[in-house]
Design a protein around this ligand. Structure first.
Ligand SMILES: C[S@@+](CC[C@H](N)C(=O)[O-])C[C@H]1O[C@@H](n2cnc3c(N)ncnc32)[C@H](O)[C@@H]1O
Length: 225
């Protein structure tokens, strides 16, 4: 595993308590304004019985889906986040890295109607390897839903090129430490990667700020047929 991928994991292990705290007090404005509802709606539009939430964090999305009668399974690299998810949510939660899943070291008992990944694809090789594994974890007709930072946001920054970018925790508070580099993909490169991973039909939707209409996130809905 590259040093950059290791740094991402190390940062999340270190910041787990800060993440539980900020989510519990709804401390990220874009989430409460738009992106939480957008991903819940995108999942529920599929009328799933079973959902796998990869990089599920402390489990907020699984909790919302359980309220609507969905059977949820969540995985994350952080034992602290998975403990929190298991304590607060009626679902199955496992500590598993993307590397464990793509290498077949972590085996799921069943396949899923929907796999959802909400703001949790942060690296390069880890993401490439994980995505190519996911078609085999979906039931026939199943859908992979990814919510990520809208790539357009980087055009205004004058750097719209795929590659590793400096990260920061700006705006989230001083309790967050160890910022890490993350791997940015242009929209074209997201679509290309998903097709190479075995998803032949990929739709993309922009989630916008409800008042300013500024793009906040991109939701990719990916099918194998
Ligand atoms: C921004 S948080 C999003 C958490 C959750 N999906 C949500 O919407 O609140 C990113 C998550 O990805 C997880 N993560 C990062 N790299 C990972 C890896 N290589 N394997 C598994 N989980 C990983 C982190 O532990 C963290 O919970």
């Amino acid at each position: 595993m590259s040093n950059k991928e290791t740094s991402i994991i190390s940062s999340w292990l270190t910041n787990a308590a800060a993440w539980i705290d900020i989510i519990s007090r709804q401390g990220i404005a874009s989430r409460t304004l738009a992106t939480n509802k957008a991903i819940i709606d995108a999942v529920m539009e599929q009328h799933p019985k079973s959902v796998l939430d990869l990089g599920c964090g402390e489990g907020w999305l699984c909790r919302e889906l359980v309220k609507q009668g969905v059977q949820v399974t969540g995985t994350d690299i952080s034992p602290e986040l998975i403990r929190k998810a298991g304590e607060t949510t009626d679902g199955k939660f496992f500590v598993a890295s993307y590397e464990d899943i793509s290498a077949g070291h972590f085996i799921f008992e069943n396949r899923f109607d929907v796999i959802v990944i909400n703001f949790a694809l942060l690296g390069k090789e880890s993401v490439e390897n994980l995505l190519s594994k996911l078609p085999s974890l979906l039931l026939p007709g199943g859908v992979l839903l990814i919510q990520t930072l809208h790539p357009i946001v980087r055009i205004a920054m004058g750097d719209y090129t795929t590659g590793w970018k400096e990260g920061s925790w700006d705006g989230l508070g001083e309790q967050f430490v160890q910022p890490y580099q993350w791997y940015f993909r242009t929209l074209e490169d997201w679509l290309d990667l998903l097709v190479k991973s075995g998803f032949s039909a990929v739709q993309h939707t922009t989630v916008s700020h409800p008042e300013t209409a500024a793009p906040l996130s991109l939701i990719l809905a990916c099918r194998t047929t």
